[in-house]
Design a protein around this ligand. Sequence first.
Ligand SMILES: Nc1ncnc2c1ncn2[C@@H]1O[C@H](COP(=O)(O)OP(=O)(O)O)[C@@H](O)[C@H]1O
Ligand SMILES: [Mg+2]
Length: 332
Amino acid sequence: MVLKVGFTYDSKNEYPENTDDIPDKYAEFDSEETIQHIESALKSGGYEVIRIGHARNLLDRIRSGEKWDIIFNICEGLGGRNRESQVPAILDLFNIPYSGSDALTMGLTLDKVMAKKIIEYHKLSTPKFLCINSMAELTPENLTLKFPLIIKLLHEGTSKGLSKESLVQNFKQLKERVDWTMETFKQPVLIEEFITGYEFTVAVVGNDPPEILPPVQISIYGKMDVGEDFYIRSMVESSDAIKYICPAKIDKKLEKKICDFTSKAYKILGCRDFGRFDFRVDYNNNPYFIECNPLPNLGMLDVFPLVAKATGRTYEQLICLILESALIGVRP
Ligand SMILES: Nc1ncnc2c1ncn2[C@@H]1O[C@H](COP(=O)(O)OP(=O)(O)O)[C@@H](O)[C@H]1O
Ligand SMILES: [Mg+2]
């Protein structure tokens, strides 16, 4: 019997940007190429793939009585920190199996402060931080963090809101940037101690136990010691600035530290089937958790094709492995 896999995603094509939108409103949505690559990867595994699209399409099609054996979900959703939770919550409500993390993990990790609190509770390292909801909360007295600091959006991805000016060296620069960020993006702002050094991202597939894929090192402008450089929004579109080195050329001790950290973080944040973790590493080789992406980009320009190759798999096999991890326990 061929399994019917419904495919939920948010396609950039369906959301033309309006001039009065906040900047990069739909930046995290997937391109038609990525959607096609995932669709053909799943088909190559012998599955029947039925495109559904976004959460509202899913609801319409559930109401019309359509049935699938499982949903392969990569929906980013719309509006606030629960946007990635929308599809998993709908699927739980209708008792439809799906791949990927559930609504709680999606919300917990999209809100970077919530994720950091859980990480800290488990005594794992993450940069010290302060979350600001209004400018009045930002005074020299309540700022105990050490400069340099980075100013980020609380619940966005794809380096939204990040430019060179996001790194600040003194209180004046900090105030200006926090003010601008809040005004422009209308959401709370996360101020973090900046980790000077190196950057890694680590993909994961499966459960019980998950497979930690080889760490990918990020080089910026050709340097692996990225120092005070970081992944800003304009680098996402330019192919020259960022290079992924996979597997990372690092000593076994650091590799083990990063992989053990990833394995613990995946478990305590409740991730399922796949995910990707971003780390900065200081000059003493201490890794710091930056964020967890339970819906990492699965496109050909991101890290999944590279980690597939580094583990002797094809891209298609790795995508099918995500689905197969979810199918364990579903298939009779
Ligand atoms: N505390 C930090 N220290 C150093 N660099 C950071 C820090 N936080 C974020 N960055 C840089 O900014 C990039 C984007 O931050 P991240 O929290 O991963 O947001 P996004 O969800 O947009 O990917 C990271 O890949 C890293 O280069
Ligand atoms: Mg990131």
